[in-house]
Write a protein that binds this ligand. Structure first.
Ligand SMILES: [Zn+2]
Length: 341
């Protein structure tokens, strides 16, 4: 028998931590931290685990890695690119590289990975279980142009990124809106290891001369071999279209340009309280425009259908605010903190 215990990540956008007990082992899928500054998961409730399987390097999925001591210092399994993004403060001492598309064994468990379409080097996990297999998607997107999504094999239980709840708008329409707003110059803020490549390619395809921060330039080069004009805190000008980290102007080139003044800012990520982005948006000094990096309602349903899932746990969303998704999932919807898988 295998059991899933949700430590954090159901009912709202929060830290991703899902515990699976199988074959006498205890393993975690993701080990994230809260997105708001003072919000942290209850790591003390986890106990000792044998392994951590990491989907990608974003804070809400990997931000608790500096607390590995508290869960018995397990080995962290992640792709080479994800581990590369973790260099520095969150780098685990014991790590094993897993394929972006392929299979591997860990702790006597058989797992398969595929590309998630959400972050460079990011993956979903498929695990063999006695009740018909288990999928944990981490964060996924089925719409990215620069990052492919691989459809996973069948599974009876699916923990799926449903961050956008009922949202149905297509990325293509959002790109048109972003492109229109960027006429005359704008700083398009994005997270490291995130949507920067897609943003630069999409805006360039619509005829903009796109400039980028140095880290976004490196990501584009690694993903596509293309080079974009790199600007910094001194050389950037307000009339340029600039794709820059970080997502909420809390660090990086976007923070430097905010400090300099005179730039128009566009935010498109989750905006936590206490960030410069929150302050600017609340004062109507910046705009927020949608840019899908998570699945739409129809994408979640298509994936559940594709996998033949009988139990679907929609993660990172308040399902009370997603009545259409709840209706479409029907008898498959599960929101209990413990489920046999
Ligand atoms: Zn993410």
């Amino acid at each position: 028998m295998a059991r899933l215990k949700v430590i954090s990540g159901l009912n709202r956008k929060s830290a991703a931590i899902f515990l699976v007990e199988a074959e006498g082992k205890r393993v975690l899928f993701d080990f994230g931290d809260g997105l708001d500054k003072d919000e942290h998961p209850d790591i003390g409730a986890i106990g000792t685990v044998d392994a951590v399987f990491l989907s990608h390097a974003h804070r809400d999925h990997a931000g608790s890695l500096d607390h590995l001591d508290d869960i018995g210092n397990p080995c962290v399994f992640a792709t080479g690119r994800t581990l590369g993004f973790l260099k520095g403060e969150h780098a685990p001492s014991a790590a094993e590289i897993i394929p972006e598309q392929g299979s591997f064994e860990a702790c006597g468990l058989s797992l398969t990975t595929g590309r998630c379409g959400h972050a460079p080097g990011g993956v979903w996990f498929h695990m063999q279980t006695p009740s018909g297999n288990f999928i944990y998607t981490g964060d996924i997107s089925l719409e990215s142009r620069g990052m492919p999504f691989d459809y996973p094999p069948p599974a009876s239980t699916l923990v799926v990124d449903a961050s956008y709840g009922d949202r149905a708008q297509a990325l293509e329409d959002q790109i048109a809106a972003m492109s229109a707003y960027a006429e005359g110059g704008a700083v398009l803020c994005c997270p490291s290891a995130g949507r920067g490549t897609d943003m630069a390619l999409a805006l360039a395809a619509r005829g903009h001369q796109v400039h980028v921060s140095a880290d976004v330039g490196e990501e584009i080069d690694a993903a596509t071999g293309r080079s974009f004009s790199v600007v910094d805190g001194e050389s950037a000008t307000p009339r340029q279209v600039i794709v820059a980290t970080e997502a909420n102007a809390e660090a990086g080139l976007s923070a430097a340009l905010l400090a300099r003044g005179g730039f128009r800012f566009v935010f498109s990520s989750h905006v936590p309280n206490g960030t410069p982005a929150r302050r600017l948006i609340d004062r109507s000094e910046a705009v927020w425009l949608a840019w899908n990096v998570h699945p739409r309602r129809g994408d979640v349903i298509a994936l559940a259908d594709h996998c033949g899932a009988r139990q679907v746990l929609p993660a990172f969303v308040d399902m009370a605010a997603a009545p259409a998704l709840a209706r479409d999932l029907g008898a498959r919807l599960r929101l209990e903190p413990e489920t046999e898988i």
